[in-house]
Design a protein around this ligand. Structure first.
Ligand SMILES: [Fe+2]
Length: 138
């Protein structure tokens, strides 16, 4: 499967956010690795790492929104909560049912769909807000 990557159109220009998004995709790619998919223990470990990183990243963004008084925090957080629910539901299936090709395609499509949409519609406006306050990292 083609690895997910942070293409130019997905960069927000805030280093902290872009670095964390790159790390997030690295953890997501680690789940699609063939040797990981063939081994339930490795798969469980990779899913746990991804889950931890998603939580860490969302928390960091939300903290920065609080610190800088971003008025769309509540709505943005609701998106994060919804996405975390979807991710853990699909990854839960992946763990229970095993890694069939069809399920992997579904998982990848879901993940690729939400991170591109989320970055464009939610993270970029937040990044623009930070830039308007001369904040370049957090
Ligand atoms: Fe976000």
């Amino acid at each position: 499967m083609k690895p997910l990557e942070l293409t130019d159109d997905l960069k927000t220009g805030i280093d902290t956010i872009d670095d964390q998004h790159r790390a997030l995709l690295m953890w997501a790619n680690a789940v699609s690795n063939d040797s990981v998919l063939a081994d339930q223990d490795k798969l469980k470990a990779a899913l746990d790492n991804l889950d931890d990183y998603v939580k860490f990243h969302f928390r960091e963004e939300e903290e920065a929104m609080k610190t800088h008084g971003y008025n769309r925090l509540k709505k943005h957080k609701a998106q994060h909560d919804r996405l975390m629910g979807e991710v853990s539901e699909l990854y839960g299936r992946l763990y229970r049912e095993g890694a069939s090709k069809a399920l992997m395609v579904e998982v990848q499509d879901m993940f690729a769909g939400w991170y591109t949409l989320h970055i464009k519609e939610w993270d970029k406006p937040f990044a623009a807000f930070l830039k308007s306050r001369n904040v370049s990292a957090f």
